[in-house]
Ligand binder design. Sequence first.
Ligand code: 5GP
Length: 114
Amino acid sequence: MSKTLFQKIADREITGDIVYEDDLVIAFRDIRPAAPMHALIVPRKPIPRINEAAADDQAVLGHLLLKAAHVARQLGLDKDGYRLVINNGAYAGETVPHLHVHILGGRAMSWPPG
Ligand code: 5GP
């Protein structure tokens, strides 16, 4: 199976501005930031999207969320607040079929999303 875009960033085949990594996840700045601070955190395992996650992904999914909060603190977003977003499928605007959590901060955000 060919590598996903985010696997290529994790494997340094494509340049990424990496802000955190460990054995299970990697986080890097989004190439087209939608907020003053915009990073993505992804599992190294190429789960296509949250809808395809399985019961045995529980540990990595928990780790992914805990480390998303860690990265948000590391980027200084926790004082004013930040948003975590997972887009699943076409209606949500998913464009990269490798599960990722958006970490957005640095400005006030409205709700609901458009
Ligand atoms: P989605 O729309 O699937 O939820 O989010 C995919 C995100 O990946 C988008 O915010 C997009 O800007 C980002 N992205 C797409 N290609 C690249 C890339 O080559 N490098 C980085 N760092 N981000 C990318």
